[in-house]
Design a protein around this ligand. Sequence first.
Ligand code: PMP
Ligand code: GLU
Length: 395
Amino acid sequence: MNSKLSNRVNNMSTSATLAMAAKARELREEGKDIIGLSLGEPDFTVPEFVKEAAIQAVKDDYHSYTPVDGYGDLKKAIILKFKRDNDLEYTPSQIVVSTGAKQSLANLAQVILNEGDEVLLPAPYWVSYSDISKVSGGIPVEIPTSIESDFKVTPEALEAAITPKTKMMIYSSPCNPSGSVYSKEELRALADVLVKYPNIIVVSDEIYEHINYVGDHVSMAAFEDMYDRTVTVNGVSKAYSMTGWRIGYIGGPEYIARACNKMQGQVTSGANCIAQRATIAALENPPSKIHYMVEAFKGRRKLILDLISNIPGIKANEPDGAFYVFPDVSFYFGKTLNGVTINSAGDFALYLLEHANVATVTGEAFGDPNCIRISYAASEEDIKEAMKRIKEALA
Ligand code: PMP
Ligand code: GLU
């Protein structure tokens, strides 16, 4: 707390994923052999055809400010992608390109929420949804789920959480952190509730769309009666291993896209020009070009689940997508290991960092205090070594 700073930032939490990654980096610099399974970041390099497009853009002298909401031909590529992969029809004025999906989400919160508006967050939810909402005046309303229901929210629980102040709902499928993927039937059942409340805007975060092991991705906006009130968020960070290139985008109702454009015009002036050119190449190519990464993640998912099943007291379900496992570790609460008493998932994650040299993230940051998140976007070697160390530290 620093009284010279705004209440806004004083009341904000630090991103737990980024904080843990920074801590792991710091410990590594001190010479500790830390295995980082905290950050959701593919360990692959950027596909060659994307790199080539970026190099070509530099050679072609792309250097100036771009249109605030993205290059016209990038928007065209996004429109074709939405049609090809999601059966969604958008026009250019419904698309906004931003500096990562994180900025897309921040824009949405800024342009949709007023002070005191409630934001529904089926929990566990991605760590930044809560603070992005709060900093825009919103009040996060968590809807708890459990490992038994595969961390999916039911229509009954959704309806019970709705109040006259509900303005927005944000969810991800495939979900970060649980890996759960909503089926068409499950999403339809949620849509059946939402259509009764036309003031609620739904933000469907589909950034893990391609990292799906059941192969049945459904966009909320593809339901005709939800199209006008759903904003689809996506980006190239995860599927194309382009986390540092910082490109995300939305498709949604025109009035919302225009508002995001206006907001962004005062805040960033638009996304990086070279990364936008490269994103055209990424999206114009068929998703089959990146399936080698998805196949690798699938193998690692099996590996990590097999290894976790041999660690007593850790209960994990099989995630259908993304590259995280979200095991329940509450068995260890109240227990003392190597002189350390563990009372929470935060204590547990810290214990793993200090006694196993493995970085994970506490589930508290994602709205589930019984779990921790382990990213398996890491090499098989690191996954094996990390699980061995965790098993030994808990023995
Ligand atoms: N949504 C989810 C669910 C995520 O896991 C992430 C993590 N990067 C983002 C949005 C933001 O992605 P980016 O800003 O890198 O596009
Ligand atoms: N989305 C990733 C994660 O959840 C990257 C870190 C972040 O942006 O918070 O780990």
